[in-house]
Structures are given as structure tokens and as C-alpha cells.
Design a binder for this molecule. Structure first.
Ligand code: ARG
Length: 354
């Protein structure tokens, strides 16, 4: 822990131009604390900058140009269930910001924090023949706890959580804080009849935040959507909403034969629909070409500051028209730097059924 703390404090404090003496003093303090307490406590500034660095080091994320604009809610003192739920609902409301989405992270205590079982704070339930197949397990867990959905394609799952000394429970959000966007296309009015919609803010809640040897197991965070995450993957993947045929029918494309190129055409128009539906509702979203340009600017900034950009190519290349953007055409070094976000080890924290 001391080693990891050292590496973190040295790189952070140097980036922020602190002098050697301040660094040594802080490292000394940390060493004493680890010797007596077997752990140490981040200062507010370390927590804030550490979370920003974790975003900057997220190899899968194309949105890292904005890493320094992350808002951090320090929730390390939160103890009661009531405060916990309030803090989560506050995150949703503040991050949604009436549509002008703020990148936001809420960080609970590293020691026995409330545990969240959802993959994202807001997500649609998945049933045998309805909803989001990616959420079937969580939906079963919610039902096991007594929750019942309306069995539409878009039932908002409840928050599933456990206080450190409590039972597994669920909480239905106040519906007023959940912003959703109905999907329409101005040149294909029939699309509206499919009744598609998506939620405004993707708030990842199944990753650990690690900073300088300290693991924060409950630290939900969000940015805003890149359009193809919804249109290409969530709506179109055959193992997700699998909507390509219904959408093409709504567009009145007469054939989906491979060599008609209508599958591709439908996919592009669906991206157009999702993007402009979000914009018309005043909800932040970015198209794949702009996001890639922003990533290029991030790369330039990083090199200017003497830092190597690590990345995972298969994630950084957008799922629509990949060759149109520069990152398709070169490789990335997929080294995992600290601070960072890590998928949970599902053996210890996965589905409580198993
Ligand atoms: N791909 C995930 C989804 O469709 C969201 C991942 C995070 N995305 C983001 N733009 N911050 O829900």
C-alpha cells in the first residue's frame, strides 16, 4: 500500500507543482498512518485529483478529453440508509442537470460502504421476451426482493443495495429525477410508432475506483452518451434490443438483402434519430466523429504534458464508420495505470444467488 501511495502522491503532487518538501512531508504522514492503522486516508484534494486521474487512465474511454472537468462528491462520511439513498438520487439529479449533463462521481467510504448491485444506476429491466436482455440477472434479483415491473420494454430497474450491516433491498427512484428521451426521426415519422426511448445519463455503478493503493468499491460515475452506444449497440446488437428489422420496416426500406446496403442505411438513420432526439430534448450527447476529434485533442494535450496515452483499440474505435476516424489507423498501448477504474471481481461481489 505504501508503495502504491508513493507512486500516486509523487505523480499527483508533481503534476500540481508541489515542492519536494511538501511531497516528503505527506509521504511521511501516510507512512505513519499505514503503520498504525493499516490504511491511510486521502485528503480531499487527493480524492478529487485521484478520481480525475482514474478517468484519464481509462483505456476504454473515448471521452477522456474532459477528464479535468469531473465533479467529485465526497460521500465518505455517509452512514445511514436514508443519507445513502439521498446521495444517490442527488447524483442522478445533479448529473442530469436538466439535460446539460455533468460528468460526476460520488465516492463512498473505502471501508464497509453501502454496496450497489446494479450495473448502472439507471437501466431497463430484461424479461424473457421484453426489455434489455443485458439486465436479466439484475431483474431476477429485483423480483426476488419483491420488486415488480410493468413488463414493458423500458421498465426502470430499482436501485438494489445493501448497507454494510443490513439486508439486500431495493429502492424505486423518484420518477421525476429520471430523464428519458423518446426517439423520433423527422424524415421517417413512422419510427415514433415503435415507442423507443432511452435514459439520458449512463451512470456506471459496477466498477471499483482505485487510487494509490486504496480501493473504493462504491463510486458510481457518469459522462454523457456517444450516440452509437445507444443506436448501434443497445438498440441493434442481436443480443440486446435487436431492433434492426423493426426499424428498417418503420423506415419503409423494402428489402434487407445484404447487397441492398439497407441494413447499413437503417443503422445510420437510427443514429441520426437518436442524436437529434436527444438534442431536441436538450440532453447532452456526442456523435462518434466529434468524440473521436475530441479524443485526438486529448492525445495532443497528454503528449504536450509529457504523458503517454494508453488505450484499448477495440473500445476506442467507434462502432459506426470506424475507418472515418483517426484512432482506427493506429495502435494503442493497453497498459493499466493507477489510479483507475476496475471491473469488480465477480467471485466475491457478483450475484448473491450464486
Ligand atoms: N455503453 C454503455 C451503455 O450503453 C455506457 C458506458 C459509458 N458511456 C459513456 N458515454 N459514459 O449504457
Amino acid at each position: 500500500m505504501l508503495n502504491e501511495a508513493k507512486l500516486f502522491v509523487e505523480s499527483m503532487y508533481k503534476e500540481l507543482d508541489y515542492d519536494e518538501q511538501t511531497i516528503l512531508k505527506r509521504l511521511n504522514e501516510i507512512e505513519q498512518e499505514i503503520l498504525t492503522m493499516e490504511t491511510y486516508t486521502h485528503t480531499q484534494e487527493e480524492l478529487v485529483y485521484g478520481a480525475k486521474m482514474a478517468w484519464r487512465n481509462s483505456n476504454r474511454c473515448i471521452g477522456r478529453f474532459f477528464w479535468d472537468s469531473l465533479t467529485i462528491k465526497d460521500a465518505r462520511h455517509i452512514q445511514t440508509e436514508h443519507e445513502f439513498i439521498n446521495t444517490i438520487e442527488n447524483h442522478i439529479e445533479t448529473a442530469t442537470n436538466n439535460g446539460k449533463i455533468k460528468p460526476y462521481i460520488t465516492i463512498f467510504s473505502p471501508h464497509h460502504p453501502p454496496q450497489i448491485y446494479n450495473n448502472q444506476l439507471i437501466r431497463y429491466a430484461g424479461y424473457a421476451d421484453k426489455g434489455d436482455p443485458a439486465e436479466k440477472t439484475i431483474t431476477q434479483l429485483a423480483e426476488h426482493l419483491g420488486w415488480q415491473g410493468a413488463h414493458t420494454d423500458f421498465d426502470i430497474l430499482p436501485l438494489i443495495y445493501k448497507m454494510s450491516d443490513g439486508d439486500l433491498k431495493y429502492h424505486n427512484y423518484n420518477p421525476e429525477i429520471i430523464k428519458e428521451v423518446p426517439i423520433t426521426h423527422d424524415r421517417y415519422p413512422k419510427l415514433q410508432q415503435l415507442g423507443l426511448k432511452w435514459y439520458a445519463v449512463p451512470i456506471i455503478s459496477n466498477m471499483d475506483l482505485k487510487i494509490g493503493g486504496i480501493t473504493y468499491p462504491t463510486a458510481p460515475f457518469n459522462g454523457w452518451y456517444m450516440v452509437n452506444e445507444i443506436a448501434v449497440r443497445n438498440f441493434t446488437d442481436s443480443y440486446r434490443y435487436n431492433l434492426l428489422e423493426s426499424v428498417a420496416e418503420a423506415f419503409e426500406f423494402d428489402t434487407l438483402k445484404n447487397n441492398s446496403f439497407n441494413k447499413d442505411r437503417a443503422l445510420v438513420e437510427l443514429n441520426d434519430a437518436v442524436y437529434h432526439s436527444f438534442k431536441n430534448e436538450g440532453v447532452s450527447i456526442v456523435d462518434h466523429l466529434t468524440a473521436s476529434k475530441q479524443f485526438e485533442m486529448f492525445e495532443k494535450n497528454e503528449y504536450k504534458n509529457g504523458r503517454e496515452v494508453t488505450g484499448k483499440w477495440s473500445w476506442l474505435v467507434p462502432s459506426l464508420s470506424p475507418t472515418l476516424v483517426s484512432n482506427y489507423h493506429h495502435g494503442y498501448h493497453n497498459e493499466i495505470k493507477d489510479p483507475n477504474f476496475h471491473y469488480k471481481n465477480t467471485e466475491s461481489t457478483g450475484c448473491p444467488f450464486h
